[in-house]
Design a protein around this ligand. Structure first.
Ligand code: ADP
Length: 261
């Protein structure tokens, strides 16, 4: 089951990346299609050139259809940010991890004492938490403690080591902390790069944290990493607080079930 969670997460990361690539690729194809059209018009009395260009046009059309399919498949278009309860997302990921993470890891979940609403896609929020939790697990092969925490933080806008920097204000904060092997500075400096991995071939894709970074920054948030080699790693994720109750308590369930008894 553990393997399956990891596999699903890897596939989702890959899907996100493929979606992004497909989107950019589609734009490039549109340019090629345009210029091919111009060139066909300009061929004049050179039918053999025209025939070649028609081949190009057919190939571009096929490629466009393929990328369109890929976009639908990866649901890149289906990202739906909503007002989500951070505590509910935390509880759901906690429940999932309790079933899958293994006996050797002591899982501690500390939800916030007050409701916290953030504007994000609930599936992506899960993905962020899961990606970080799975990395934490991988960093503790001999066991250890994984803490998941939600609370608030007041930022003064001068924080260092925030990627990217955030304006001053009050934010929702997610903390994911492990007592694992930690990272040397040269690894910590590169972890958000796509395809950067220190895991053996076939085990790591290097896309987990790149995906986390993309989701968090897309939601207007920021991420902070503190790691000490041999001691452990803490990720802090800051997201803009929404001053409203959550539309969604859990991944897909309406927060206020229809009343009336
Ligand atoms: P992957 O997990 O496929 O390697 P990631 O982007 O999720 O890709 O992580 C990149 C690298 O960052 C990992 O290979 C590992 O070296 C390092 N890393 C990430 N999280 C942790 C952690 N909690 N503890 C130690 N190292 C970590």
């Amino acid at each position: 089951v553990q393997e399956r969670t990891q596999q699903a997460q890897r596939m989702e990361s890959l899907g996100n990346l493929a979606g992004g690539v497909a989107h950019d690729f589609n734009n490039i194809l549109a340019i090629i299609a345009n210029y091919t059209e111009f060139a066909i018009e300009e061929t004049g009395d050179r039918p053999e050139v025209r025939a070649d260009l028609v081949q190009v046009r057919t190939a571009v059309e096929r490629a466009t259809n393929l990328t369109r399919q890929l976009l639908t498949f990866t649901r890149g278009d289906a990202i739906q940010p909503r007002n989500v309860s951070l505590n509910a997302a935390l509880a759901e990921v906690q429940a999932m991890l309790e079933r899958t993470i293994g006996e050797h890891i002591h899982l501690v979940a500390r939800p916030s004492s007050v409701p916290l609403t953030v504007h994000a896609d609930p599936g992506q929020l899960h993905q962020v938490l899961l990606n970080l939790a799975i990395n934490a697990r991988d960093a503790m092969p001999e066991g250890g403690t994984l803490v998941l925490e939600a609370n608030t933080a007041d930022l003064d806008g001068n924080e260092v080591n925030m990627q990217p920097p955030l304006p001053a204000g009050r934010y929702a904060r997610l903390l994911i902390s492990d007592t694992g092997e930690g990272m040397p500075p040269e690894v910590a400096a590169r972890v958000f790069e796509p395809f950067f991995t220190t895991k053996p071939r076939g085990k790591g894709t290097g896309l987990g944290l790149a995906t986390v970074y993309g989701i968090v920054t897309e939601a207007g948030g920021s991420i902070n990493l503190y790691s000490e080699h041999g001691v452990g790693t803490t990720f802090r994720i800051y997201l803009p607080l929404v001053d409203a109750p959550a539309d969604l308590l859990t991944g897909g369930q309406p927060s206020s079930p229809p009343r009336g008894d």
